[in-house]
Structures are given as C-alpha cells and as structure tokens.
Design a protein around this ligand. Structure first.
Ligand code: CTP
Ligand code: CA
Length: 226
C-alpha cells in the first residue's frame, strides 16, 4: 500500500488543494474579492509535496509564488475553481482552503460601467456561487476518502464549523477565527481547531507552515492507519 514504512508518508497519494481568494468580475476593470492571501493553502500544498504526495493546487489570484513540487492550476472565479477541481479529481484527499467568494455579480458587464451623471449609483445584483466543498462532498464518485474543509468565522466558531461539517459532508473542518484582531487573513500565524465527528482538537497558535505540517502528519496518520 502507498506510504509504506521508511518512505515518505504521503508517497503514492494524490492530494487536491484549493487556496487563495476568488475574483468575481463586475465589468472588465472591476471585481469582487476578499482578504485571503493563499498563505495557508499554499503552505499545506508545499508540506504535502514534501511528504511525497502528488499535489494539484487550484489557486485563485495570489501574489505568493507557486509552492515547489506541486502542479498549480491558476483560476480567477469560483466557477472556474469548481471546474478545475472536478478536472483534478479523483484524489485520495481534497483540502478546500480557498476563501471562495460567496457571491458574484449577476451580470458581468462586457463594457466598463460608467457614471451616468445623475449621482445615482448602479445597482449591483449578486447571485450565489457554487459551493465547491459541498458539491464534492455530495458527489459520490468524485468524493475522496478524506475531504477537508476550512471554516472562516468571526463568531460562534465551533457551532458554525460543526454545521459546515455536516452540511458539506466533510470529514474534518479546520476552523479558524478570522476576526480582524487575529491577523489571520494575510498574516503568517494561525490558531485553528480541527472539528470532526469525533470531537474538537485545539491547536496552539502556530506559524502557517507549522499548521500545514501538523495537518499533513494527521492526514498521513489517517491514511496509513491499518
Ligand atoms: N467553500 C467552497 N465554495 C464556496 C464557499 C465555501 O468550497 N462557494 C469552502 C471553503 O473553501 C471552506 C468551506 O467551504 O473549505 C467553508 O467556507 P466558509 O466561507 O467558511 O463557509 P460558507 O459555507 O461560505 O459560509 P459563510 O461564509 O456564510 O460562513
Ligand atoms: Ca463563505
């Protein structure tokens, strides 16, 4: 079986990871975005590759470099990200670390929207984006044996993470507090809790690279358990 004794713990495994924000176009020069830097998802991709996995990283627009040893598919919007994830599967593990925009503009104007001189702003009509994690979680033939999501919350962290675990049919949720005072969005440190059916595991505040390493070790333990 893959990941045998002595070798790298994720050798022979394929892992699909989403990372970064998505950009949802409003017109040719404007878009909806969020504060995700991609640092946590990219760090997980780098750690999984270092542990011997074949890593497909589906990344939204970020300013950080592609992690070494990974295949990176660059996308812009949530719909492009979903398509790229479906194409990248099957995998042994999928980790949805991206901060996918929840909504996009209903009409992506083909020309730059202009002020009309009246002082009245144009209405921006939003529609909900597809939920990539939930789509994969509910798709029996695409679903990997281990499906991991994140929960970005500013309140009621555990309750919200548990409801996401169920709603999206994930196996684990990495719950993180993204309140402005934590500096998680864009920063280098992260304090997470691992929420699963068996309970909640609290991790100390760590560097995002250390969170990645711990998560990869936990994944290897899960996959290599007899
Ligand atoms: N996610 C996704 N596709 C979306 C929205 C979220 O795949 N359209 C994934 C994220 O990558 C993450 C998990 O779902 O792994 C939770 O994302 P989060 O934004 O915390 O949850 P939402 O379901 O969008 O709920 P809300 O933002 O309202 O808290
Ligand atoms: Ca969301």
């Amino acid at each position: 079986k893959p990941g045998g004794a002595g070798g790298k713990p994720l050798a022979g495994r394929h892992i699909v990871i989403t990372s970064g924000p998505t950009h949802e176009p409003i017109d040719p020069v404007r878009y909806i975005a969020n504060r995700s830097s991609g640092k946590q998802g990219h760090a997980i991709a780098a750690a999984a590759a270092a542990a011997g996995a074949r890593v497909t990283l589906v990344s939204g627009p970020v300013t950080i470099p592609d992690p070494p040893g990974t295949e990176v598919i660059h996308v812009e919007s949530a719909r492009e990200m979903l398509q790229a994830v479906k194409t990248a599967l099957p995998a042994d593990v999928a980790i949805m670390a991206a901060a996918v925009a929840d909504w996009r503009s209903e009409n992506d104007a083909s020309q730059k929207i202009k002020k009309d001189g009246s002082g009245a702003p144009p209405a921006l009509c939003l529609v909900e984006n597809p939920d990539i994690l939930a789509t994969i979680g509910h798709h029996d033939s695409l679903r990997p044996m281990l499906l991991i999501g994140f929960a970005a919350e500013t309140q009621n962290l555990i309750e919200n993470a548990q409801s996401k675990l169920q709603r999206k049919r994930a196996d684990w949720i990495v719950a993180n507090d993204v309140s402005p005072n934590t500096g998680v969005m864009g920063g280098d440190r992260n304090t997470v809790r691992i929420v699963s059916k068996s309970g909640v595991e609290d991790w100390p505040e760590l560097d995002k690279a250390e969170v990645a390493l711990r998560l990869v070790n936990r994944i290897a333990d899960f996959l290599n358990a007899d």
